[in-house]
Write a protein that binds this ligand. Structure first.
Ligand code: ZN
Length: 188
């Protein structure tokens, strides 16, 4: 098991659009394995590659530990592209391993259609809803350089201003490894 440091809000790589994956080599597979280890160690249910400092369009999701979602298999989405957002929206409180201890309501589409590549770079399309659709939208945003705190109400933005600056200055107590500088990045 290999844990990677989780990048924190304020880190530059979290604000960059990630790069398309054109080859899945051994290093990419190792990255994905380490992403699962890192996510599970931190009790996360989704993780984007730039959250571990890798500038790649890869996200993983595993919601099988969440009540009523035990049957949902872990999934790896390479080069995901959300093709369709439902008109029906829902508001749910979200959190993020890169923004510890902050939880705020976020409105998102209840259902999405997402195209992606698997680890053989074969293309697939999924039509999903509920929690899986929500987590994929959150992680997909990461790959575009967007954080959930960008999407909250103005009132919430005011409320989280100080806690966010504490995270940026590492004035936080987190039980999983975190990046030590705003420039942290894995070099392939
Ligand atoms: Zn997140």
């Amino acid at each position: 098991m290999a844990l990677l440091p989780v990048t924190m809000c304020g880190d530059k790589i979290l604000r960059k659009k990630t790069v398309k994956v054109t080859e899945v080599d051994n290093e990419t597979i190792e990255l994905i394995t380490n992403m699962f280890d890192t996510m599970r160690n931190a009790n996360g249910i989704g993780l984007a590659a730039n959250q571990v400092g890798a500038d790649k369009s890869i996200l993983i999701v595993d919601i099988s530990l969440v009540e009523d979602h035990e049957e949902v298999k872990p999934i790896v989405l390479i080069n995901p592209k959300i093709k369709k957002f439902s008109d029906e929206k829902s508001v749910i409180e979200e959190g993020c391993l890169s923004i510890p201890d902050i939880r705020e309501d976020v409105e998102r589409a209840e259902a999405i259609t997402v195209a992606y590549h698997d680890t053989d770079l074969k293309e697939h399309t999924l039509e999903i809803d509920s929690l899986l659709a929500r987590v994929i939208q959150h992680e997909y945003d990461h790959l575009q350089g967007i954080l959930f705190t960008d999407l909250v109400s103005d009132e919430a933005k005011k409320r989280i201003k100080k806690p966010l600056s504490k995270i940026k200055r590492r004035k936080i107590d987190v039980e999983y490894p975190i990046s030590d500088s705003v420039d942290y990045q894995i070099v392939f």
